[in-house]
Design a binder for this molecule. Structure first.
Ligand SMILES: [Zn+2]
Length: 180
């Protein structure tokens, strides 16, 4: 039976300090190399793609410093299946240790294996996501919002292609900088 749930936790250095049984079985099912010695390794060793990494780092910082917890849909395809998942990210009291728990919402076989979020996969370069380089907010539907809100509204982690981040400055930061 396919794995339905998994969880893992990282310390203040973003190193994996706890992974559950579901994690190992999921890794095996999906042919992740080297998952057996995940403990102690950096979470970022397992995240492919510059933009994805950047967004996830921002999200993690927001969880640690502000919102404490967030729940998001994301795609995590296996070699032969397309898979919709949901992940909960929650910070411990100190905000240093962060727990991730993911569950599979649906899984369907797919015809052609296609690497998800692989940076070498060609993408639609017209797809830009404006981001303020000062406050790290994103312009979504005419509104500047925090990363977790942008991820929710645009379902960023569900996409097979990430938009390119277009660094600029939001009107609020622009006003602050002009006044300084
Ligand atoms: Zn700004």
């Amino acid at each position: 039976m396919p794995v339905e749930k998994l969880s893992y936790a990282i310390d203040d250095q973003d190193r994996l300090i706890r992974v559950d049984d579901g994690y190992y079985r999921f890794a095996e099912e999906n042919g992740w190399d080297g998952a057996g010695d995940s403990l102690g390794r950096s979470l970022w060793d397992f995240v492919a793609g510059h933009e994805v990494r950047k967004l996830q780092r921002l999200l993690l910082r927001r969880v640690r410093e502000g919102v404490r917890g967030v729940e998001l849909p994301f795609r995590c395809d296996g070699p032969e299946v397309s898979r919709e998942m949901e992940i909960k990210i929650a910070a411990g009291k100190s905000g240093r240790v962060v727990l991730f728990s993911a569950r599979v919402r649906s899984e369907e076989p797919r015809e052609e294996p296609q690497p998800l979020l692989d940076p070498s996969v060609p993408r639609d370069n017209d797809d830009f996501l404006p981001m303020c380089a000062w406050c790290d907010r994103f312009l979504v539907e005419g509104e500047w919002v925090e990363v977790e809100e942008a991820a929710k509204r645009l379902e960023l982690f569900r996409r097979s292609e990430m938009p390119m981040l277009d660094h600029g400055i939001c009107p609020e930061c622009n006003a602050t900088l002009l006044a300084a």
